[in-house]
Design a binder for this molecule. Structure first.
Ligand SMILES: Nc1ncnc2c1ncn2[C@@H]1O[C@H](COP(=O)(O)OP(=O)(O)OP(=O)(O)O)[C@@H](O)[C@H]1O
Ligand code: SF4
Ligand SMILES: [Mg+2]
Length: 375
């Protein structure tokens, strides 16, 4: 067995029983028609060069921040992306926003590869893909009024700026995000964290985008304020048919808002599926470990749960393990895991089976484990 981090508690984890409830039957029988994807991400790679020397910089390696990530985003859906710090979530967000240049791979927006666009064509696409950032304290310019901050996108895209009263449009946007339109002349420091994030959302909405990339949009907020902002985002999604990529650490929040969830590990997608598939039927050991760490408020539920404590550090993305990147921390790793990169696909053992475990999982030995039912 190759460099495997063993864990005694893991041996207690019991395989889950096959699902037969009417609820699961209904989910499995329901035809899934998500329509055409609005974003198609294919084999996306971002390597940051590692250099040495001051005058004559020599490349000595690369940080493989994102290393072959593929997924689809459908109209009106929320795709959650979770994973430990440094696994490449923000880099994926920046690549989707074309704030970083991809090393290779494609991002199709309505069929057009935006990684190859430049000039006016890129600007036109950018208008439709907006971002909401993590920190409402630093992402708003303290010297600009709220009116100027929300109206700034109109300066960059005059072609879609309101023809008549721009101030009125900004006030409408303030109203849409639940802020008093009379606050238009105030400065960011005159608002609370939650209100500032509403301002960030209003700015994101100004150009009527179709996709909003949210990188940890509520992580800096108090729990009670988090719920308000999440509710607002859900309301706006329904109202404006928005598609969200929602990046966060908090698995409960991600489950609450997401239709589908992707789990990243060290620059790769480990598992992806609907929220029930990922949370109730995870088949990748990394997802199972992440879920087992979610706090369970109900003491009765806590009693029977199994906890997987991952040992070992996350390897450096500059020198990731061969084969499966999770193998150095996986209690199930075998020789094959060091030799072959597992593909993100429905594992053979579940192929054609009527079970929610039959979803994409990049593991040679994928199987269900009844580790925890996250809140
Ligand atoms: N501009 C850069 N130059 C070099 N390395 C970078 C750069 N940006 C990110 N990285 C590295 O790429 C890896 C992924 O970073 P990224 O910010 O995407 O992670 P993340 O999943 O968003 O983490 P967190 O949850 O902490 O926000 C990290 O190892 C990071 O140090
Ligand atoms: S392929 Fe699966 S079993 Fe093997 S190391 Fe990776 S996660 Fe563990
Ligand atoms: Mg990040």
């Amino acid at each position: 067995m190759a460099e495997t981090a063993k864990n005694e508690e893991v041996s207690d984890v019991v395989p889950s029983t096959a699902e037969t409830t009417a609820e699961v039957e209904a989910v499995l029988d329901a035809p899934v028609d998500r329509g055409e994807p609005i974003l198609q991400v294919r084999n996306l790679v971002k390597h940051f060069p590692l250099t040495q020397g001051i005058l004559f910089k020599k490349q000595i390696g690369a940080v493989k921040a994102v290393d072959g990530v593929s997924f689809d985003l459908y109209k009106g859906e929320t795709l959650g992306i979770v994973g430990e710090s440094g696994c490449g979530k923000s880099t994926v967000a920046k690549l989707l926003m074309t704030l970083e240049t991809a090393t290779s791979g494609e991002v199709f927006y309505k069929g057009q590869d935006i990684t190859k666009l430049s000039g006016r064509a890129l600007k036109a696409v950018r208008r439709n893909i907006q971002m909401v950032f993590q920190d409402p304290y630093t992402s708003l310019n303290p010297r600009m009024t709220v009116g100027d901050i929300i109206g700034e996108p109109f300066d960059i895209h005059p072609e879609v700026a309101p023809k008549g009263d721009r101030r009125k449009r900004v006030q409408e946007l303030l109203d849409v995000v639940g802020l008093n339109p009379e606050y238009i002349n105030r400065y960011p420091h005159q608002f609370s964290g939650g209100q500032r994030q509403r301002i960030g959302i209003a700015r994101g909405l100004a150009l009527n985008p179709e996709v909003i990339i949210c990188d940890e949009p509520v992580s800096a907020l108090d729990v009670s304020v988090q719920a308000q902002v999440i509710n607002l985002m859900e309301k706006l999604q329904n109202e404006f048919e928005l598609s969200y990529v929602f990046i966060a650490h908090d698995l409960s929040i991600v489950r609450h808002i997401s239709d589908r969830v992707g789990v990243m590990y060290l620059g790769k997608m480990a598992e992806i599926g609907t929220d029930s598939e990922i949370y109730d039927h995870p088949t990748h050991p990394y997802t199972q470990a992440l879920l087992s760490a979610v706090p369970v408020p109900d003491p009765a539920a806590r009693e029977g749960r199994e906890r997987i404590i991952l040992t070992g550090d996350v390897p450096s993305p500059a020198n990731p393990p061969s084969g499966c990147r999770f193998r150095t921390r996986c209690w199930k790793a075998q020789d094959k895991c060091a030799e072959e990169v597992p593909l993100l696909a429905v594992p053979e053992v579940f192929a054609g089976k009527k079970t929610l475990a039959a979803h994409d999982s990049a593991c040679h030995f994928a199987e269900e484990r009844d580790v925890v039912h996250a809140a």
